[in-house]
Design a protein around this ligand. Structure first.
Ligand code: COA
Length: 251
């Protein structure tokens, strides 16, 4: 695996790269490209460090659209078109990349995410006032099993500020009504993945996508929570690989 750097408007964006595949992965709130290591190894493609995360530069980001702009510019520099895969916050960004820059998206993968992503007020307040305890609570809510909780509690605590900023953007993200009234029409193949035990973006958010996105497949992964890409990396990667192979055949 190697690091690739792309400069967009003087901002250095760092990506982790597996073998050549036309797919870009976008991480969750407070996350980074490393979270996609298994998918990069098994499927290939590029995982981005969003601005203010991982090894990318820090700048002022005011909205999900701002993140989508940087992702779209990176895609334009790397490919004609790519599959855009996003987890949680990354899934909100992926939807905006599709809606604002349709011409560069060949398929969408929406993992543990939603058309609306309201956030518990206790999380937003707690990350500011009591980061240690709140990071632990969020880590507990993020996984179905205990194994990863302590290490992620530490990561979330270290990154409390950027994590909170991301969650504030998620809280404002709301395309629910536009899907319902038909003003959003997604017409690329879409793979929807969610952990059966996800309490942060429950299965019904993914069922909503499946109902409103015509060419979509819904995969509910058992014994997994919100961090399904980490808890069940093999199953997630298998689904992604199958999905991108089908897209290649069609194109
Ligand atoms: N897809 C489909 N339906 C959705 C949805 C989505 N992405 N987001 C919300 N809804 C539905 C809810 O199910 C609810 O329907 P109901 O009235 O039939 O139960 C309705 O829209 C309103 O829900 P919501 O927008 O969530 O507002 P709320 O005031 O009921 O609840 C929270 C607010 C924060 C308590 C709630 O959103 C929650 O528990 N969120 C998950 C925890 C969290 O912080 N996640 C972080 C995500 S990044």
């Amino acid at each position: 695996m190697e690091r690739v750097e792309i400069v967009v408007d003087d901002v250095r964006i760092s990506l982790l790269k597996g073998r050549d595949e036309d797919i870009v992965y976008i991480h969750c709130s407070g996350g980074d490209a490393e979270l996609w290591k298994y998918q990069l190894e098994y499927v290939g493609g590029y995982a981005i460090d969003l601005p203010n995360h991982g090894k990318s530069d820090c700048i002022k980001i005011n909205s999900i659209e701002d993140y989508a702009y940087f992702v779209a510019e990176v895609i334009k520099k790397l490919f004609d078109k790519a599959v855009v895969a996003g987890h949680s916050l990354g899934g909100a960004i992926a939807q905006k990349v599709y809606l604002n820059y349709k011409e560069i998206v060949s398929g969408l993968i929406l993992i543990g995410t939603g058309a609306r992503l309201r956030v518990l007020p206790e999380l937003l307040e707690g990350l500011e006032k009591n980061p240690s305890e709140t990071a632990k609570m969020l880590a507990e809510m993020s996984f179905a099993s205990r194994g990863f909780v302590d290490s992620f509690a530490r990561i979330f605590e270290e990154r409390a500020k950027v994590l909170r900023n991301d969650l504030i953007l998620c809280d404002k993200f709301d395309l629910l009504e536009q899907y319902r009234n038909g003003s959003i029409k997604i017409d690329v193949p879409t793979l929807i993945i969610v952990g059966e035990k996800d309490v942060l973006t429950p299965v019904k958010y993914s069922q909503f996508f499946h109902k409103h996105i015509p060419n979509s497949k819904l995969v509910v992964i058992s014994d997994a929570g919100h961090m399904v890409i980490i808890e069940k990396p093999e199953e997630v990667s298998r689904e992604i690989k199958e999905f991108i192979e089908k897209i290649k055949i069609k194109n």
